[in-house]
Design a protein. Structure first.
Length: 172
């Protein structure tokens, strides 16, 4: 996945995926609305494309195997990224994303003040957040230092609480 911070937005993979969401979704709507359903579809497509590229020239049976082995991890990482974005929005009333433009990749901040999220989207994100907290989960086990795992777990639980509070307030 690349270098890790504690959050998905601090990881190479998370930042790359967020850049893909910016390019394929947010730019098209002029950064007006973050559609969770659209972001989930982008995560799925991006994960499948990553697996296809990494396994070019393999047989169909091998490709199916690689997808079955790798897609769940890639999807979970993407779902956590989207959950973090949604939690930031719930906490602050906006999501700030940075778009890098021009030849010099000049950073431009965009403040997204509207999200569309369905009950099913929210349940899916909460399910992914709960799964990674199980000590046997691959992501839980991926931390080399217990202190980093504890920080990550506190972060995941904070994101989960934000989403659950909204879910309860909305009467879902």
């Amino acid at each position: 996945m690349g270098a890790w911070g504690i959050t998905m937005r601090e990881s190479d993979g998370g930042l790359d995926l967020l850049r893909t969401i910016v390019e394929e979704h947010l730019k098209k709507v002029e950064f007006s609305t973050f559609s969770v359903a659209e972001a989930i579809e982008i995560v799925k497509a991006d994960g499948l494309e990553e697996i296809r590229k990494a396994n070019r020239g393999t047989s169909a049976a091998d490709l199916i195997f690689y997808i079955s082995e790798n897609f769940p991890r890639l999807f979970t990482e993407g779902a956590l990224l989207i959950a973090e974005c949604l939690a930031d929005y719930y906490r602050t009333g906006e999501l700030t994303v940075i778009e890098y433009v021009g030849k010099n990749y000049n950073p431009v901040e965009h403040h997204i003040k509207e999200f569309t999220v369905t009950d099913a989207d929210l349940r899916l994100l909460l399910e992914e957040l709960r799964k990674v907290q199980v000590p046997k989960h691959e992501m839980y086990q991926s931390w080399f230092e217990d202190s980093d795992r504890e920080k990550w777990l506190a972060h995941i639980q904070s994101v989960q609480r934000s989403l659950e509070e909204h879910y309860e307030r909305a009467g879902l």
